[in-house]
Design a protein around this ligand. Sequence first.
Ligand SMILES: Nc1nc2c(ncn2[C@@H]2O[C@H](COP(=O)(O)OP(=O)(O)OP(=O)(O)O)[C@@H](O)[C@H]2O)c(=O)[nH]1
Ligand SMILES: [Mg+2]
Length: 443
Amino acid sequence: MNNDTIVAIATPSGQGGVGIIRLSGPKSAEIAKLISGSCPAPRYAQYGDFKDQSNSIIDSGLTLYFKKPASFTGEDVIEFHAHGGPVVLDILLKEILKHDVRPARAGEFSERAFLNDKIDLTQAEAIADLIAADSEQAARAASRSMQGEFSAVIHKLVEELIQLRVHVESALDFPEEEIDFLADDAIAEKLVSVKQKIAEVKKSAQQGRLLKEGMTVVIAGKPNAGKSSLLNQLAGQDTAIVTDIPGTTRDTLREHIQIDGLPLHIIDTAGLRDSDDVVEQEGVKRARQMIENADRILFVVDINDDEKSIQETLPKDIGVTTVFNKIDTVNRTSEITEAEQAAIYLSAKTGEGIELLKQHLKKCMGYKQKTEGQFIARRRHLDAIDIAEEHLNFADKNLHELKAGELLAEELRFAQQALSSITGEFSSDDLLGRIFSDFCIGK
Ligand SMILES: Nc1nc2c(ncn2[C@@H]2O[C@H](COP(=O)(O)OP(=O)(O)OP(=O)(O)O)[C@@H](O)[C@H]2O)c(=O)[nH]1
Ligand SMILES: [Mg+2]
């Protein structure tokens, strides 16, 4: 429990009808008495003047008291609702700081809420994500995480892992039966079930991360296929140089766009081919790197050029949409098939079919009319899920190949730890520092 009292202006800087100063810690109620004349009853709004030490009025407004533990931070919290002018709030803040109260660090209110078990780590992160959300979809997904839906999914997984561990470890306590227990189908079945569930959560978390961080879409293909023209169409401006000379683009070009508020990073790359030109070789190398790190690949093909052999060189684990470009030259209309192998016919020159492509990309990001079951996620969560998966794969190996019970138990423990780090049950101070320092002041 913290013994110091922190204060911050909780509303954004600038002018507004109301500006809120928030305090948390043991001195909060005493400060309310000093500034407002008296501390209101918990959860009752008290209207009155805010005064300084010499008894002159700074402003007037509402004082609210949230008595611990029934507050956001779990500590005594006071809110002064003053007028939303930067100067008046500053005067009030300075007055409060005269009384053994210190300015809050970024995210310190949320950090205290976490440390006092009011929220877990994913919920704390979701608060920051909700504030930063730039689309309705992201806001709703963040809100769902904030309510604890993502945490509940993780808890359920952890619960299953614990059951599995209990099963394994109790068997280990009776070594004479070890051979039997490793051949026990129940353990193998449970392991398969946990692995399946983790794979499902990973999928949702990947979509959740796209909502927050944006989807990276790499445009790749042979020289002259129309990649740069496509980038320009999507960006709505002539970012990339377009010429009829194959090998025009050598650097990677990046554009940030939004489709109905969903963030996307579109990357144009050098055309893939063997070249003697050192600059172009480097461009192709960079294109390959970008492709490896894509969330989705738009593989552009000139509809007049059927040769798709380079498509085979694309990574197998990344979703590819084949874009048949230049339909204007063959008098075709735009069209899309979204079956297993997504393909779209369009013209990067006339813009026909671009809207279809945009809607398709939106779908790839997991956009749904109804957002039930969707939660926001961060790279940190995905990394933890990956680690858990890795340990479960080792566990599998220990069970089936090496028949090593002790090692199996150990891997299961590691997997559980990785998952628990998502909600913050296992977390280092270092990690906490990194997470909360990203927050805004007053949150
Ligand atoms: N008719 C027609 N021409 C197109 C279309 N898209 C691109 N082009 C033309 O094709 C040529 C190559 O286009 P770019 O966009 O530069 O192709 P790129 O794939 O970026 O080529 P590199 O950078 O050399 O790899 C240019 O002359 C474009 O005007 C299209 O849809 N229809
Ligand atoms: Mg180009």
